[in-house]
Ligand binder design. Structure first.
Ligand SMILES: *Cc1c(COP(=O)(O)O)cnc(C)c1O
Length: 376
């Protein structure tokens, strides 16, 4: 059996230790005589699994009791609808602000517009000049002190890691510093969730589809401040109303039990690694090594301005795009998989989430050297 290095943006690599444990427990979880997949979501075994997952996540991100932790379905795309359905009416103006920095935040705003009003508080959709260097649209990020937040907005949506363009907001702003203390910060953290310490206390809510960095597809993790719950629009489906989901502790209807179980194993694995602070150090080392190699010659080009570069998703181009197919083919022959860029961007993208060890990044760097030597 061969396990390749998987650079997919999502679903993506999971820690091997997690997959092995799941295999060991497949037929009989903890002496229950059944697979987690076969258990009642209301039985004592699954209740234990779900409670432990929540407790471990709270510990990893230092989440206070002021926040509910929900395990939902529909991915981050459904959450783009679920958020406005639940939060637009938290304030009388029923409008939301958006920081538009790529495809995911654009989609979030479009979805919100189906249910209410929205404004663009900041965007990177135009060219700009930073430190004398011209940056193409989408290759930089607007710093929070430039955002024009409507102080009457119900919430401000930020995608803190744009998975496709590879742009990452390292720190989340304090809304009071933006002159909008009453506006709840809503963060789509799908593609860097648990890759670094994150200050949940600055937010009204954080959500993440698990399949990028926290588990398998099928579960969306929602962390929402309890005072924001209870304001759903009348058209909000009952299964998506945070009031119901929070009251029933994610058991309003059948939750994605197996995905929650695997995410719970990932949380335990993260704790064994030393938590998110330790993961952050490993992620800095991996990203630094990869971007340094990409920047070393003009054979490759990483388009995002260094201050905005994502530690998780590194898009890059070959100077000579006619070599793209040969690059991908050679990579696959070496077991370096899923390096094609997103279809809207082209080129390459290496996603190096928590489960990708330095060894895998080094294998990619060695291949980048080798391919340049053969074709440069
Ligand atoms: C992948 C992704 C989404 C969409 O996730 P789905 O689970 O496919 O709905 C939304 N936002 C971000 C930042 C993502 O990376």
């Amino acid at each position: 059996m061969a396990r390749y290095w998987n650079f997919s943006a999502g679903p993506s690599a999971l820690p091997e230790a997690v997959l092995k444990q799941a295999a060991d427990e497949m037929l009989d979880w903890g002496g229950s005589g059944m697979s987690v997949m076969e258990m009642s979501h209301r039985g004592k075994h699954f209740t234990q699994i779900c409670n432990e997952a929540e407790a471990d996540l709270r510990e990893l991100l230092n989440i206070s009791d002021e926040y509910a932790v929900l395990f939902m379905q529909g991915g981050a795309t459904a959450e783009n609808a679920i958020v406005p359905l639940n939060l637009l009416a938290t304030r009388p103006g029923q409008s939301a602000d958006f920081v538009v920095t790529g495809i995911w935040s654009t989609k979030s705003q479009q979805e919100c517009q189906r249910y209410g009003k929205s404004n663009v508080a900041a965007s990177n959709r135009a060219e700009t000049v930073i430190d004398g260097k011209t940056c193409a649209p989408g290759t930089w990020m607007p710093l929070p002190n430039s955002w024009q937040v409507n102080p009457e907005a119900s919430y401000l949506h930020l995608c803190s890691n744009e998975t496709i363009a590879g742009i990452e907001f390292a720190d989340w702003p304090l809304m009071a510093d933006l002159g909008a203390p009453e506006v709840a910060l809503v963060v789509d953290a799908s593609s860097h969730f648990l890759s670094r310490p994150m200050d949940v206390s600055r937010t009204g809510m954080v959500f993440a589809g698990a399949q990028k960095n926290a588990g398998p597809a099928g579960v969306t993790i929602v962390i929402v401040r309890r005072d924001l719950i209870g304001h759903a629009l009348p058209i909000c489906p009952t299964a998506f109303d945070y009031t119901n989901v929070a009251r029933e502790r994610s058991m309003y209807n059948t939750p994605p039990t197996y995905a929650i179980y695997i995410a719970g194993l990932v949380f335990k694995w993260l704790k064994r690694q030393g938590g998110v602070a330790a993961l952050e150090q490993a992620n800095i080392a991996k990203a630094t090594a990869l971007y340094n190699r990409l920047d070393r010659s003009d054979f490759y080009r990483a388009p995002v301005h260094p201050f905005a570069r994502s530690r998780m998703n590194a898009p890059f181009f070959l100077k000579d795009g006619s070599l793209d197919d040969a690059f991908i083919k050679g990579a696959e022959q070496r077991g370096l998989m899923a390096l094609q860029g997103h279809k809207t961007v082209g080129g390459m993208r290496a996603s190096i989430y928590n489960a990708m060890p330095m060894e895998g990044v080094q294998a990619l760097i060695d291949y980048l050297d080798e391919f340049e030597q053969a074709n440069g």
